[in-house]
Design a binder for this molecule. Structure first.
Ligand code: HEC
Length: 104
């Protein structure tokens, strides 16, 4: 009986942990990415025009086809017209990637 309760608690706790990344990532995303990519990753046309760039929707197949490591590299090292995002740790970048995965 006791072990069942314990096992259930462990299960709940680990389920909570697996979502923590995406939840934390959403906060970072809102603070650091939404200004250009929009709240849901659809991209802000005015911002794309200003930067003279095509901004793919983050939920699109081409973006989602990238590996977590590739997406993390875009955030930390930049790509094309997107400059590296300052003040984002590797852990935060991983969290943001987890959030980006929830957009598809
Ligand atoms: C100053 C505006 C700006 C900010 C802030 C910004 N981006 Fe971008 N992002 C862009 C532009 C512009 C592109 C298109 C780059 C290109 O291909 O030239 C882009 C492209 C991307 C891509 C697609 C890369 C590809 O190969 O298709 C991803 C993923 C991405 N951004 C994620 C993020 C995340 C996550 C953040 C926040 C940590 C972020 N961006 C912050 C402007 C921005």
């Amino acid at each position: 009986m006791k072990t069942t309760i314990l096992a259930t608690l462990v299960l709940i706790a680990s389920a909570g942990l697996s979502w923590a990344g995406a939840a934390e990532g959403k906060e970072v995303y809102t603070a650091k990415c939404a200004v250009c990519h929009g709240p849901n990753g659809e991209g802000k046309p005015a911002m794309a025009k200003m930067l003279n760039a095509t901004m793919p929707a983050l939920a699109s197949k081409e973006v989602q086809a990238k590996t977590d490591a590739q997406l993390q590299a875009v955030i930390l090292k930049g790509q094309g017209k997107m400059k590296p995002i300052a003040g984002v740790t590797e852990k935060q970048a991983a969290d943001v990637v987890a959030f980006v995965r929830t957009l598809k």
